[in-house]
Design a protein around this ligand. Sequence first.
Ligand SMILES: Cc1cc2nc3c(=O)[nH]c(=O)nc-3n(C[C@H](O)[C@H](O)[C@H](O)COP(=O)(O)OP(=O)(O)OC[C@H]3O[C@@H](n4cnc5c(N)ncnc54)[C@H](O)[C@@H]3O)c2cc1C
Length: 340
Amino acid sequence: MTHYLKKNIPLQALHTFGVEAFAEYYFDIHTLEDLDTILRNYPEIPKPVLCLGGGSNIIFRQHYAGTVLAMRLMGISIIEETDDTVTVRCAAGEQWHSLVEWTVNQGWSGIENLALIPGTCGAAPIQNIGAYGMEIKETIIAVEWYDFASGQKNIFTNEQCHFEYRDSIFKKELANKGIITAITLQLSKKPDIRTSYADIRRILEEKHITEPTVRTIFDAVVEIRTRKLPDPKEYGNAGSFFKNPVISIEHFRHLQQSYPEIPHYPIDDITVKVPTGWLIEKAGWKGFRRGDIGVSPKQALVLINYGKAHTEEIIALSNDIVQDIQQRFSITLEREVSII
Ligand SMILES: Cc1cc2nc3c(=O)[nH]c(=O)nc-3n(C[C@H](O)[C@H](O)[C@H](O)COP(=O)(O)OP(=O)(O)OC[C@H]3O[C@@H](n4cnc5c(N)ncnc54)[C@H](O)[C@@H]3O)c2cc1C
């Protein structure tokens, strides 16, 4: 074994919200053998065991009284190519954005709207990452998963992942029971250009692009995200703190009477999705600050750490927002970020 079990490791720099926290035990996973070794040689390691990727969707409480396994498995390979498609396998520790950029450089389509989402490839299926009219569930064909209890390596098909909006089997039934070690995606050589989001159309118009390509969509998404989202390197944050609620058409029509401008995205004949950022902004929280925790002045969906925020303060502010949104709009917000 080339890497060792460490004790009392600070986690502040290992998650993008940057809250002070420690892991009782910590181990870097560089190979699948490392995983076998840690579970076989150290059966006494403190439980629970948690896999940490880029730490961009997780906030720690003061002390993690278990074992953190940091995902460092690397490697990208093409496993099949036809005239129309290319199948790519990517180890869980690879950076998601680097994978997106690499596929765009090849001219392949399928994940270009998911540019600049922080974190690792292994975490991407966990909450079925999505942005600007695209979700990873559309391209995933397999997820490789290592089971802590048995040491077995399993392969989940797309269907077995039970993908939903910001959700999957790995976030529910299988949470903390194992580790995703690799993902396989099928990308298209025939671009499926998605411009359903007004922000993307606006940028293309600004640049007089009438025939967008995979590359121009990627560039547009990078530009929008850089403009709109607070950079975790500047102020700690975990991106969208809450999910966008899906509500019934009746509920939506009722809200529309008071707020005719309320944005919405039809889901099916009976439900619509409403942007949480709009609700929070409308309720007057955008830019709100209490001590070292606040609501981003750039994007109301993002809570930010101005320096030394404690997790309890983050939870208190998020609870106040949830309560206020419930009272004003009769909508119950659900947290997207995991608080561990
Ligand atoms: C500025 C910003 C913008 C963002 N924008 C978006 C967006 O547009 N769309 C979106 O969907 N998300 C977005 N996110 C959220 C986040 O980037 C994604 O959820 C990302 O996939 C998390 O990856 P990670 O490696 O950082 O996971 P982590 O934060 O390290 O982990 C998240 C959860 O997954 C588990 N986990 C991580 N890796 C593994 C693994 N290999 N096996 C098993 N469990 C694992 C962890 O235990 C934890 O419960 C954003 C975050 C930030 C900070």
